[in-house]
Design a protein around this ligand. Structure first.
Ligand SMILES: Nc1ncnc2c1ncn2[C@@H]1O[C@H](COP(=O)(O)OP(=O)(O)OP(=O)(O)O)[C@@H](O)[C@H]1O
Ligand SMILES: [Mg+2]
Length: 876
């Protein structure tokens, strides 16, 4: 397979050159020529490996090339570190280092020269006997063997499909089934194809297995043969003659053609010409892993997304395979069997493979226990049956998506991945290629959607605007990522190792990324020194407090780090680190201060800081960090107001056009001088005594500055009045609706203790789609929602409040989709009028009164009602 790493490194080297042009100028020519050489190699790798991934010679070749590319990247990155250190030195220090710096420069020059020579050797000599490999071998795959008799579940699915096939519509219809590899698409379609009523309805039928590599000629001949049932000598016929003949034959009657396993839009375009629209109810059934391919074949009908098997169905399938009909089923194996089935997460292919493994030995508890412990490992032992089948999807990805997909392996198994985090990290890693005006984040979202459409990633939760909030991947695909990533030196998982083996297992390798899932403190205390590592990620469950002597040593020893995501490690203070390549940092600790040293992280894009304090003093000059895109702090960060250096008519040099997120800042930070530097801010969170935000002085208040943020879409206002009591800090009103940012879509308020009458202001916000009222955002017994308000609101969440009587009608929330009430314990009833909202999809009631639950049942029409805790339901 084409190596994702090689392509990416080239991209990164190119970026390095652009960003660091000023630092790198003395060796720029050498790096440029190196890049050219590498580009040739990358093209060579791509061309060579796509069709010969399994060939040992090719694997070795790719490995050698990757090593050279990695070395090149190390040298350039290291050089940038030295150059920036030199640049930040005072004249005296520079003079002191006068000899070592040019020496370093010369070494870099020499090393680059050596690499160029080796790259040239590889390319010129094709030294691995690549030439001898001969013509491309094709990746043909024989048609899958699917069971037709023992199909588990799928009855409803088959019934639905039979219905579509027999529907009265006369026009030719293409019906597609999509889903991840091994989900049972072929099995389901076969069940339908063999249904007696379908055989009766469609006299002309044919089944072709298209696959990744197909020949039009063979596909057409197979259909022609099925349709005519003749064995004509067609060896002299051209493809066009066969296609013409086939089209004519299909004109004659009502036909059903199955195109199984279609991979590309091109395949459909190649084949569609032989299927005439005979207007007699002919049908095409198509299976694909890719939703886009299915949509391309028929834009009018959404593809049918096949589901995973339920745990009961999984056990039924496993049971049927392990114990052939009539054989004895020992009762004592049932619990283990169910566990094993569950660990296949509803994927029939995995169940079939594991059943085969269980069948290999006697059915004893000890054997089943062994398998249960490591279901994935056992499945991976039969690569041709499962992993290779799944890997087809990976191999088919374009190279930028390959890297994005492999990244799913860095998270622990079965982990619900927050999309926002994933996207920030993808961007920091340099995986996202920007096209046109779209921001890196938008492009990253598209990449994610692409992986979802290819059925490689599962959507877990959606946002109000339909975007993906959290996602996950199937455990078998997770395994595929880890295996593939280790093969490509893309990342290494450090898991369950003894401390003594850390160094041995990690240091000598060229792994670019490390993810530690267990024994974090052991790992960190082993004082790892991994100069190659670009990303250090840690997702262990247990929290570890870092020993004071390691605070700076630990991240500092990864000198070329780009991503540092170590949420389970708690830092007693913010480390003073000089990591010039760092782009993403997420830290937890007892921080009071963001130190000045952060100002030197001049590639930083995302800064996430979680601290136990309410406020955090920012000593760093964040305005120096022009790549900075997102700043998240749990505490209110107090940004000092910079003295404005802008002169009339001259743009302030410290405006950060990239900054999208600042959450949370103190009310003091909301000054016009600061916001003038963040013209593209989309998300703002303010925490502190909000009264100071609303206080009018000379006819204006700080809140007016927020309104000037014309791109702001998300605003969080958290009223933290400490040390004043919440009651004394309650807000007495809100600014007029016209004083809110014009594009505001999502607003969160908490502890503001406003009276309900002030909701009328929010009701008038013209673009508001999501309103989240945290605890005590509004207080008072009664709320009468005024007419004509919340015209675009889709999500309304109300947290703890003493609201008892809520009067509202359906025309007050004409677009509402989701209503969530939490701890509204006094609420007597959910307003009757809400039942009439046609767009309403879900109503969630958590810890509300029994009478409110009962009222929700009374008004329930088309929406789903979710009650928590569930037992509240039974008491109504
Ligand atoms: N509902 C089911 N009951 C019993 N066995 C099933 C079921 N679904 C799938 N299988 C078995 O699981 C394996 C994979 O199924 P199938 O080949 O239909 O998947 P697919 O979705 O078509 O995969 P691909 O994307 O690779 O074409 C086959 O061995 C099949 O017999
Ligand atoms: Mg199939």
């Amino acid at each position: 397979m084409a190596d994702a790493a090689v392509e990416f490194l080239l991209g990164n080297l190119k970026q390095l050159l652009v960003y660091n042009a000023h630092l790198i100028s003395s060796v720029k020519d050498q790096v440029d020529s190196l890049c050219n050489d590498l580009r040739l190699l990358a093209a060579f790798v791509k061309d060579t490996t796509e069709s010969r991934s399994k060939h040992a010679v090719v694997k070795e070749l790719v490995r050698r090339i990757r090593i050279e590319v990695y070395k090149a990247e190390d040298i350039v990155d290291m050089y940038v570190v030295h150059a920036s250190v030199q640049k930040s030195r005072t004249s005296l220090e520079k003079a002191f280092h006068i000899t070592d710096y040019p020496l370093k420069l010369r070494t870099v020059g020499k090393e680059i020269h050596d690499i160029r020579r080796r790259v040239k050797e590889i390319y010129d000599n094709k030294m691995f006997g690549y030439e001898a490999l001969g013509r491309r071998e094709s990746v043909t795959r024989s048609p899958p063997a699917v069971e037709e008799d023992n199909v588990v579940g799928f009855d409803k699915e088959a019934e639905k499909m039979v219905g579509w096939l027999k529907a009265e519509m006369e026009e030719l219809d293409v019906i597609s089934v999509v889903g991840m590899g091994g989900l049972g698409k072929t099995t389901l379609v076969k069940k339908v194809y063999n249904d007696p009523s379908i055989q009766y309805e469609f006299f002309i039928r044919s089944w072709v297995y298209v696959s990744q590599v197909y020949s039009r000629r063979e596909v057409f001949l197979k259909i022609l043969h099925d349709v005519t049932r003749e064995n004509k000598d067609t060896s002299e016929w051209s493809v066009n003659t066969i296609a013409d003949e086939l089209r004519i034959k299909l004109q004659d009657g009502r036909y059903l053609i199955v195109l199984d396993d279609v991979w590309t839009k091109q395949a459909w375009d190649d084949l569609k010409m032989v299927f005439p629209n005979t207007k007699n109810g002919s049908r095409i059934l198509l299976t694909s892993r890719n939703k886009h391919v299915a949509l391309h074949a028929n834009t009018n009908r959404p593809p049918y997304q096949l589901r995973f098997l339920t745990p009961d169905e999984s056990w039924e399938l496993l049971g049927k395979k392990v114990f052939p009909r009539g054989s004895h089923r020992p009762k004592e194996l049932e619990d283990l069997g169910k566990q094993i089935a569950r660990k296949c997460y509803g994927l029939p292919l995995a169940l079939v493979v594991i059943a085969g493994i269980l069948r290999k030995k006697d059915k004893t508890r000890s054997w089943w226990e062994k398998v249960e412990e490591k279901v994935n490992t056992y499945v991976a032992m039969e690569p041709e049956q499962c992993m290779d089948v799944l890997a087809l999807s990976y191999n088919h990805l374009p190279y930028d998506l390959k890297a994005c997909f492999l990244y799913f392996g860095v998270f622990p198994e079965d982990f619900e991945i927050p999309v926002r985090k994933l996207i920030h990290i993808w961007v920091a890693e340099g995986f996202i290629q920007r096209i046109g005006d779209a921001s890196a984040e938008e492009m990253a979202e598209e990449n994610l959607q692409d992986l979802v459409d290819r059925n490689l990633v599962l959507v877990e939760k959606r946002r109000a605007n339909g975007g993906i909030k959290t996602c996950r991947i199937h455990d078998m695909l997770h395994d595929l990522c880890v295996k593939q990533a280790e093969e490509e030196d893309f990342f290494k998982e450090i898991k369950g190792l003894e401390p003594s083996s850390y160094i041995k297992s990690v240091s000598p390798t060229v792994f670019r990324r490390l993810c530690v899932h267990t024994r974090v403190s052991d790992y960190v205390s082993s004082k790892p020194d991994s100069p190659h590592v670009r990303s250090f990620l840690c997702y262990a469950k247990e929290e570890t407090v870092l020993a004071p002597d390691l605070i700076t040593y630990f991240p500092g020893s990864f000198r070329l780090l780009r991503v540092l995501d170590v949420r389970p490690i708690s830092f007693p203070r913010f480390p003073s680190i000089q990591l010039v390549h760092l782009r993403y940092i997420a830290l937890l600790g007892t921080f009071k201060v963001l130190p000045a040293a952060i100002s030197n992280l001049w590639n930083l894009q995302t800064l996430i800081v979680e601290t136990t304090f309410r406020n955090i003093e920012v000593q760093a000059d964040l305005w120096k960090l022009l790549q900075l895109r997102h700043v998240y702090t749990s505490a209110a960060s107090d940004l000092p107001t910079p003295s404005s250096k802008s002169r009339k008519g001259v743009k302030d040099p410290l405006v950060n056009e990239n900054l999208r997120t600042m959450s949370k800042v103190s009310p003091n930070t909301c000054t016009d001088v600061i916001f003038a530097r963040t013209p593209n801010l989309q998300k703002l969170g303010v925490r502190g005594n909000l009264m100071s935000l609303m206080e009018e002085k000379k006819g204006s208040c700080k809140f007016d500055n927020i309104a000037k943020l014309t791109h702001l879409e998300t605003l969080k206002l958290l009223n933290d009045t400490y040390p004043i009591s919440p009651l004394d800090g309650k807000l007495h009103g809100l600014p007029g609706w016209y004083k809110f940012p014009p594009k505001l879509k999502k607003l969160t308020l908490s502890d503001t203790m406003l009276n309900w009458e002030h909701m009328s202001v929010l009701g008038k916000l013209p673009s508001l789609e999501v309103l989240k009222l945290g605890d005590n955002a509004f207080v008072g017994e009664c709320w009468e929602t005024p007419d004509g308000s919340f015209v675009r609101l889709r999500v309304l969440e109300i947290g703890k409040t003493d609201l008892a009587i809520w009067k509202a009608a359906d025309d007050q929330f004409p677009q509402l989709q989701r209503l969530s009430l939490k701890h509204c314990e006094q609420l007597v009833e959910v307003p009757w009028g809400l039942g009439g909202i046609t767009t309403l999809e879900v109503v969630e009631l958590s810890w509300t009164s029994h009478s409110a639950v009962a009222s929700a049942h009374r008004i329930q029409k088309n929406f789903k009602l979710v009650i928590f805790p569930p037992d509240q339901e039974t008491q109504t």
